[in-house]
Design a protein around this ligand. Structure first.
Ligand SMILES: Nc1ncnc2c1ncn2[C@@H]1O[C@H](COP(=O)(O)OP(=O)(O)OP(=O)(O)O)[C@@H](O)[C@H]1O
Ligand SMILES: [Mg+2]
Length: 290
């Protein structure tokens, strides 16, 4: 039933970004991808930290190629996709390729066109971006339906998260953000979020949705060193992450954004259904327009 509904909706696209580097974007992305796949969703994780990609390293997978060969036309999307044993697909980003660090407009268009086509078969597309406010980050975050911002309670991470939210809202019209505070406890997570919220509320026209915190734990470093995901033996972190990601996935879809991939898919879906005179009932149209 879940699958049935998901197929009629446009894929949900979530970018995972941060102002400061090293705060846990990739860790969050890979575990969210695995969690959603475990729930029966068809998930694509795009490693969009172009030039310094490391989703493949964290997952211990070998990439047959990178986004670079997609841009040069050497490879098709399907040839680059890695079907991970964890049940989701990865589009590897490419490491050490300086030319990927700032995509030009035609390269951005190639990626968008590819995702418009190939992305439709997924329920959830996660985009793990680079840190900071570079052009690639702004581009990927504004192509998404929801921007998830990861930070730690560190004051510099907080300042940089605010800067990212400010630039995305003022320059790209992104108004809604999900927030996860990593490497902290519940109280500190709340305090940090409140700090971010109070500045954002005062100076920006944005809505911040606090999903929750992720504790700091030695099992994370150990898992990353072993190039594997946390498993059920990591009994302190797994239940917490499951709860956190359930909460995130249960958040209502945001259909207010008039840009990006979701806008395109919803209009294509709606047009397809309008053109279809096979007697589909209003139910279907309603699902597609949701
Ligand atoms: N909850 C946590 N508990 C303990 N250590 C953590 C936790 N989250 C992240 N780390 C540590 O922080 C490091 C950086 O995490 P990660 O690579 O996910 O960050 P990132 O934001 O993707 O970095 P970059 O900006 O370089 O892409 C990890 O290698 C891990 O050692
Ligand atoms: Mg990363």
């Amino acid at each position: 039933m879940n699958q049935h509904i998901a197929k009629k909706e446009s894929p949900r696209v979530i970018s995972i970004s941060s102002g400061k580097g090293g705060v846990g974007k990739t860790f969050t992305s890979v575990h969210l991808a695995a969690h959603a796949a475990n729930k029966g969703l068809k998930v694509l994780l795009i490693d969009a930290d172009l030039g310094l990609a490391n989703v493949d390293v964290m997952l211990g997978i070998e990439s047959p190629g990178t986004i670079h060969s997609l841009l040069t036309g050497e490879s098709q999307f399907e040839e680059l996709i890695v079907h991970c044993p964890q049940g989701f697909d990865v589009l590897p980003g490419g490491s050490g390729l300086y030319e990927l660090t700032s995509l030009n407009v035609s390269e951005q268009q190639t990626i968008l066109d590819t995702l418009r086509e190939a992305g439709q078969s997924y329920d959830l597309i996660l985009i793990d971006t680079a840190a900071g406010i570079g052009e690639n980050v702004l581009y990927f975050a504004s192509a998404a339906e929801t921007a998830l911002v990861v930070l730690t309670p560190d004051p510099t991470a907080l300042t940089d998260a605010y800067a990212l939210i400010k630039v995305l809202s003022q320059q790209r019209g992104v108004r809604r953000f999900m927030v996860i505070i990593n490497q902290t406890d519940e109280i500190d997570g709340h305090v940090t979020f409140k700090r971010l919220l109070s500045v954002a509320d005062r100076y920006l026209d944005v809505y911040l949705d606090y999903i929750g915190h992720i504790p700091q734990h030695t099992s994370v470093r150990k898992a990353i060193q072993q190039q594997r995901l946390l498993d059920d033996s990591d009994y302190t972190m797994r239940p917490h992450l499951n709860q956190l990601f359930d909460k995130l996935l249960q958040r209502p879809r945001d259909h207010s954004r008039a840009g990006g991939l979701q806008f395109f898919w919803e209009h294509t879906l709606a047009a397809g259904i309008d053109d279809d005179d096979s007697g589909n009932n209003g139910d279907t149209v309603q699902q597609a327009a949701l």
